[in-house]
Write a protein that binds this ligand. Sequence first.
Ligand SMILES: C[S@@+](CC[C@H](N)C(=O)[O-])C[C@H]1O[C@@H](n2cnc3c(N)ncnc32)[C@H](O)[C@@H]1O
Length: 255
Amino acid sequence: MRTRRSQNIIGYPGSNQYREMVSRYPFQHLKIAAVLDRLHDAAKADKWKLARRAPRFLWFFLNPRETDNRLMHVLFHDVYIPVSRQQGALLYLIVRAINARRVVEFGSSFGISTIYLTTAVMDNMQSNPGTFGQVIGSELEPQKHAVATQNLEVAGLSDIAKILLGDAMERFQTVEAPVDLVLLDGWKELYLPVVKLLKPKLRPGAVVMSDNIFTFKRALRPFLEYMQSGKNGFVSSTLRISDGFEFSVFKGPGE
Ligand SMILES: C[S@@+](CC[C@H](N)C(=O)[O-])C[C@H]1O[C@@H](n2cnc3c(N)ncnc32)[C@H](O)[C@@H]1O
């Protein structure tokens, strides 16, 4: 029950007083929150850009396996298609919960998800001064890569995060172990190859989060079977958050 006293403290949900008092992010870093607000606002323009490309987008949507690189470039070279704030908050909280030190991200776009992940790694490092932390992102599109790198700098996170330019399948060959968390958010046919590539580097208890499970149900079926069968070292379930967020935990190489 909401008491008069608690109303005085935070106001009604939706009221100005409530908005001022309650952070929309699960962390208290004003500069980072301002960068995320700006980027999430800019990402709202995605729907208009994609609407103008509707016929091609429809073709892509109906043939999710037809991910020819030229079509993907035309459709998506300048759109954010980011994780939602809710997914970002969840990513932040998971990285904190498992005390992740090394995080790998497949598909960084303009860096929104990278910022959530890196903020959490930074906060883990601040809880244990002197400890190591690293976020390795990846982005195919040179322009997105340049802007994402700049966004990390503005957020004050570029000492911890580096976004690799090029195909993640090539760039991740040299990722070192142990990896504590992987975010899969690039083109869908590579979720399974990327997870197989990184699996030898995962520490027992590592988390793999994978976006867009609902939209790309068909294209992601082999990936989901691999993660959910219980035969490949993972336990896994799809969370009904945003467009479906697969939450997988690596049990360990022997399991
Ligand atoms: C859905 S967006 C990522 C959104 C980002 N995670 C966020 O929340 O802000 C997917 C991105 O993955 C990139 N991508 C797709 N395939 C890739 C690959 N093989 N290597 C690196 N980046 C890739 C695309 O260029 C695109 O910018």
